[in-house]
Design a protein around this ligand. Sequence first.
Ligand code: SF4
Ligand code: SF4
Length: 295
Amino acid sequence: MREVVILSGKGGTGKTTLTAALAHLAGGKAVLADLDVDAANLHLVLHPRVHDQEDFVSGHVARVETSRCSACGLCAQVCRFGAVRMGEGGTAIVDPRRCEGCKTCVALCPEGAMRFDPRFCGVWMRSHTRFGPMVHARLEPGGENSGRLVSVVKQQARLWAAQLGRELILADGAPGIGCPVIASLSQAHWAVLVTEPSPSGLHDLRRVAAVCARFRVPMAVVLNKWDLAPDTAAAVEAVCAEQGWTFLGRLPHDTAVPWAMAQGMAVTETDGPWAQAVRAMWPLLLQKMDSQGGI
Ligand code: SF4
Ligand code: SF4
């Protein structure tokens, strides 16, 4: 089984657009995963029909058992995060959005009135789409531990792929280089890095490429909207050559891209120059994956 993660050094480079297009070209043979759990949007194109879902619980949150609270106010004094206030009725009230789950109030409450409940952070789902099975998630607003949720989604995608006998997992990774990206890369076989021809695009490409190198995940670069700045595009390609990074290809700026996204379609379901370039790139990606050395 091969796991390909589509990444970008920052959001807005076309990572999800490319993932949806590759999912289309895979012809239903891949298991899809949306690892961008903080801002999941692959579902906007793939319109999943949820098959089953489970709660994602991570960490803890304090809660007052009002019948035991003597309104001494100690918890409000010791909470360093301003998560506890004394209510008009006299008992303490915890704001779950502010609670960091440090357990100080639980340990110090003289009445044993502070509960320490598991924190509900969101759900993960297994769904069916017109391009194949998909595992994805919805994180609660302000929900934490998104790196752990990424790991859960990846694990479930692998399990489902094994059950279905699928050889390929195509994953839309998180942007940036933080914890969710590291979780996205964990045990991945290849990374496809989407960048754009701008100084910030090149800077962010270097950063995410360094993360791939650190975790020894082979990587290849796709340059999106190259024709908006041909000189900078040439500079990005030169850096790829200099660094020994595989360069998969250029994708042009194409008004069919926002049009297709607005229709909830993969761009390769249309026939513009962007779609044609991705179609031409797809066999090269498969060839690289099949080669012994990876991308
Ligand atoms: S420390 Fe315990 S008893 Fe005192 S106000 Fe807080 S919850 Fe109530
Ligand atoms: S667990 Fe920590 S952060 Fe949460 S309310 Fe208690 S003291 Fe504050």
